[in-house]
Design a protein around this ligand. Structure first.
Ligand code: HPA
Length: 272
């Protein structure tokens, strides 16, 4: 892992921003372009202009970092992310998170698209991530540990910050849609799961399945940032309903969930 590359990227960003760097950052999954577009007074960095930054290849992920304000609150917004199924190493998946840490960010809000394992949480709904199961085989903390970043064996008892998640529910209370809660299980992908895998995941205690976010959470906890997360439910997981799962379907319901997620995030940032 290159501490120097992380610091170099952070230094580049710092050099282009007048004033304080926000203490809150968001990593936005697909479908949240309108939220990113509404960041006020934004300084924008396309990922491919950031030193050492890995660049995504996925449809629906624009790939840029914005530093500005949301509802008047200073935030850094990562629009798009890289995924393990693109072939990136754990270290690459953690790079954006570690740059945020190097910039002094203390709270990380992560969002993703996920398949639901619960019949109640229909496509288009939102789920607060209370905990995760890492079944992806990817872990950005493997390899030689850099003690300047974090300890060798970090605790994950509060990987998804209980207090922040409570605040998230408080923000959702006044809104006109439910916020479900549950455990997110990460697979590497890129294929959707088999029905047998989904049955297995359900018995393991998972409520939603997806192909991202856990490496970012691990990296963030390693360097001491607090993490809160929300899954946009884009589909019922494999075997729960008739018909094939397609990326187009996840994009369609992702767009529906995004409308509510944007409302939720706008309220939530005001109370972090
Ligand atoms: N499985 C894995 N990842 C996903 C899914 C799914 O059903 N939906 C959105 N991301």
């Amino acid at each position: 892992m290159s501490y120097e590359n992380i610091q170099a990227c952070a230094e580049f960003v710092r050099g282009k921003v007048n004033g304080d760097i926000p203490k809150t950052a968001m990593i936005l999954g697909s479908g949240l372009n309108s939220l990113a577009d509404s960041i006020e007074d934004a300084v924008v960095f396309p990922f491919n202009e950031l030193p050492h930054f890995p660049v995504t290849t996925v449809q629906g992920h624009a790939g840029r970092m914005l530093i500005g304000k949301l509802e008047g609150v200073p935030v850094i917004c990562m629009q798009g992310r890289v995924h393990g199924y693109e072939g990136h190493s754990g270290e690459k998946l953690a790079f954006a998170t570690r740059v945020l840490w190097a910039l002094g960010v203390e709270t990380l809000v992560v969002t993703n698209a996920a398949g639901s394992l619960d019949t109640e949480a229909a496509p288009g709904s939102l789920m607060a991530i209370t905990d995760h199961i890492n079944l992806s085989g990817i872990n950005p903390l493997t390899g030689i540990n850099d003690d300047r970043i974090g300890v060798r064996f970090p605790d994950m008892g509060n990987a998804w910050d209980a207090e922040l998640t409570q605040k998230l529910h408080k923000a959702a209370d006044g809104l006109d849609f439910p916020l479900f809660s549950g455990v997110y299980i990460m697979v590497k992908g890129p294929n959707f799961e088999t029905p047998a895998e989904i049955r297995a995941f359900r018995t393991m205690g998972a409520n939603a399945v997806g192909m991202s976010t856990v490496p970012e959470c691990l990296a963030a906890r390693h360097c001491g940032m607090k993490v809160v997360g929300i899954s946009s439910i884009t589909n019922y997981a494999a075997g729960m309903v008739e018909g094939e799962l397609t990326h187009d379907e996840t994009m369609e319901y992702g767009a529906k969930a995004a409308v509510n997620l944007e409302k939720l995030l706008r309220k939530f940032v005001q109370d972090i």
